[in-house]
Design a protein around this ligand. Structure first.
Ligand code: FNR
Length: 366
């Protein structure tokens, strides 16, 4: 397929899948267990209907938004995902350049292939957040947090839905080929000495997840706030109750996420729980959403239901696989253009219009 025949994210996904080894393809694509949640993430968006409004002068449209005080060009950022070098030799360096050149925001995973210092170095003036897994060894965790703060990351994203790794059938059977892979943030650290008891078997079958602190409680947010002044975004919230806890313990923002359907199979789609979370939060902090976003109309739907911005996981990996930095840019451009189109066709000049037009998005009960 030539470049000009790519018109949507699905085209890039198809091409990327044809380029990857089976192990990596499955690792990127799969959801947990029977993949009910993975599928639900898509079908929940499809069940929502947009009630367009007309004759509202949409000649000039503005997609900019301010997220935790940083202005970005459009409300679609890159979710954190592990090991970008499995997709492309330039890994997170390429992803960061692409996201930065588009004026959006990237969240770098704890399990990135490239070290956080090397990634931020190539995009010094852009908005990068660092996703954090808390390890049994708090010293290692603290060191990671402080490295991220020192070199200019603007927020920490604490992932709370992964006390242990979810179970994916292909991954359990075949593992992942990590022979050419690096664990960027841990290079030069003697993991065994640090109490992480790392071995080859760990990277191919269980990777870093075996060292997460499974005893973590909400106090972790308070602890993080004692070792850094960065704002803490809590990623993985799926209930109003936990949104309340996150705020109580000092979260600066909440990301409604089910990890792209990779953790507990059977949890609801994020766009279905978004209204519950937004209602509970009641304007006390920003709310974002990821999991299943694949089109501009998905973005419009999430914003209409109260998300300030959305993030995409797999589409970034597909773009990176397909064509490195340019591929990631292409993914973001497609989604940005689709959102612009959806705004024009539904009578919204700004994201504020999307948020405030009554019943712009409703459940499919026509
Ligand atoms: C992820 N995700 C993830 N999340 C996180 O907090 N830390 C991580 O290291 C990873 N790693 C990771 C690897 C891969 C291969 C995937 C696909 C996902 C979850 C990610 O941040 C995000 O929540 C989902 O990917 C969003 O769903 P979609 O957009 O992929 O449907």
């Amino acid at each position: 397929m030539s470049n000009t025949s790519i018109v949507c994210i699905e085209d890039i996904e198809r091409l990327a899948k044809s380029q990857l080894s089976k192990k990596t393809r499955d690792y990127y694509a799969d959801g947990a267990n029977n993949q009910y949640t993975l599928e639900e993430n898509r079908s929940a968006f499809d069940r929502l209907r947009i009630r367009p409004r007309f004759l509202r002068d949409v000649s000039v449209r503005d997609m900019t938004v301010t997220i935790l005080g940083q202005k970005i060009n459009f409300p679609i950022g890159a979710s954190p995902s592990a090991y970008h070098r499995l997709a492309h030799p330039d890994g997170e360096i390429a992803t960061a350049k692409a996201v930065s050149s588009m004026g959006s925001i990237m969240i770098l995973s704890t399990s990135s292939s490239y070290a956080l210092e090397d990634v931020i170095k190539v995009v010094p003036n852009s908005t990068l957040w660092f996703q954090l897994y808390v390890f049994n060894n708090r010293q290692v965790t603290k060191m990671l947090i402080q490295r991220a703060e020192r070199c200019g990351f603007k927020a920490l994203v604490l992932t709370v839905d992964t006390p242990i790794s979810g179970f994916q059938y292909n991954f359990a059977q075949n593992g992942l080929d990590m022979s050419n892979e690096k664990m960027g943030n841990f290079e030069g650290i003697d993991l065994n000495k640090a109490g992480l008891n790392y071995s080859e078997e760990d990277t191919s079958k269980r990777h870093l997840a075996s060292f997460y602190d499974t005893s973590l409680t909400w106090d972790a947010i308070s602890w993080i706030r004692t070792v850094t002044s960065l704002p803490v975004v809590v990623k993985g919230i799926l209930t109003g109750e936990d949104a309340e806890m996150a705020i109580k313990y000092g979260a600066s923002a909440i990301m409604v996420s089910n990890h792209g359907g990779r953790q507990l199979d059977g949890v609801p789609a994020t766009v279905d729980v978004l209204p519950e979370v937004v209602k509970k939060v009641n304007g006390r902090c920003e709310v974002y959403l990821d999991s299943g976003v694949r089109t501009g109309t998905d973005v419009l739907k999430a914003i209409a239901l109260g998300a300030k911005a959305v993030f995409i996981g797999r589409p970034v990996l597909w773009g990176l696989t397909y064509n490195g930095e340019d591929g990631v840019k292409q993914v973001l451009k497609i989604l940005k253009n689709e959102l612009d189109l959806a705004m024009a066709l539904s009578g919204c000049k700004t994201l504020k219009d999307i948020e405030t037009t009554p019943s712009l998005v409703v459940k499919d009960n026509y």
